[in-house]
Design a protein around this ligand. Structure first.
Ligand SMILES: Nc1ncnc2c1ncn2[C@@H]1O[C@H](COP(=O)(O)OP(=O)(O)OP(=O)(O)O)[C@@H](O)[C@H]1O
Ligand SMILES: [Mg+2]
Length: 245
């Protein structure tokens, strides 16, 4: 197995609250891992630690053979390779769609503007947004914004994209389009970690599913193991809330 990121004994507190407790987690190249679990179980905090938006209190995050928590790291460059797609899109509102996708390539990867534009157009095409390239990002629907955010991440040739509930802020009719884009990326072999409440997506697309409960990985396994034969009582309780819908 080709491990992109290896997480060992990760710890995170907010004051007295232990949010991550001795979390071990691996991201394997070409695989899709989904993280499920109740609100407050630490899913976002785990992704935010991997992306260095939060600084863990203990443990290791090993990327390219080095613990990124010790020693010097070019955080901007790291985030271009281990990138994050947020519930709230985080596009630059004062820029058009194309410039959103070009900027990081020029600044961080030092690509020429011309090359960056070419790559941006290809990636926008891949998510079905090329015809919006010159539109202001503020004029897009939520689903369109999220597809642009995904294209922007792809422009950086990421090793992995971390998705934190990418469809939770969308109107229901927009959800399918974004999930289709993500399925397509999974089929193309992109390494993905996806925090989601979309159980159908988790079932169909993941290679591996992680159930978080109160800051620990309470259970993990293949979608078949997790969804058809959950062993942990908390996993069973959590999933039963979805099957009744
Ligand atoms: N910056 C912060 N300061 C203090 N407490 C925080 C902070 N961020 C998160 N927490 C707390 O840490 C716990 C885990 O939060 P986290 O956002 O990781 O949960 P989650 O599993 O992503 O939940 P959700 O499904 O609602 O997004 C929660 O109790 C939350 O209130
Ligand atoms: Mg969250």
């Amino acid at each position: 197995m080709d491990t992109v990121i290896q997480i060992e004994h990760l710890q995170k507190h907010f004051g007295d609250l232990q949010v991550l407790n001795d979390v071990d987690f691996q991201i394997e190249r070409g695989k899709v891992v989904t993280i499920i679990g109740s609100s407050g179980s630490g899913k976002s905090t785990l992704l935010r630690c991997v992306n260095l938006l939060e600084v863990p209190d203990g443990g290791k995050i090993v990327y390219e053979g080095k613990d990124i928590l010790s020693g010097d790291l070019d955080v901007t460059k790291y985030r271009s390779k281990v990138s994050m797609v947020f519930q709230s899109f985080n596009l630059f509102n004062n820029k058009n769609v194309l410039d959103n996708c070009v900027m990081g390539q020029v600044k961080v990867l030092k690509r020429s503007k011309e090359e960056a534009k070419k790559i941006a157009m290809e990636q926008l095409k891949a998510v079905g947004m090329d015809q919006f390239a010159y539109k202001a990002s503020t004029t897009l629907s939520g689903g369109q914004k999220q597809r642009v955010a995904i294209a922007r991440a792809l422009c950086m040739d990421p090793d992995v994209i971390l998705f934190d509930e990418p469809t939770s802020a969308l109107d229901p009719e927009m959800v399918g389009g974004v999930l289709d884009v993500m399925k397509d990326l999974a089929d193309k072999g992109l390494t993905m970690v996806v925090v989601t409440h979309e159980m159908q997506f988790a079932r169909e697309v993941s290679d591996y599913v992680v159930f978080m409960d109160k800051g620990v990985i309470a259970e993990s396994g293949t979608p078949e193991e997790l969804f058809e034969h959950p062993k942990n009582e908390r996993t069973q309780q959590f999933l039963s809330r979805y099957s009744n819908r």
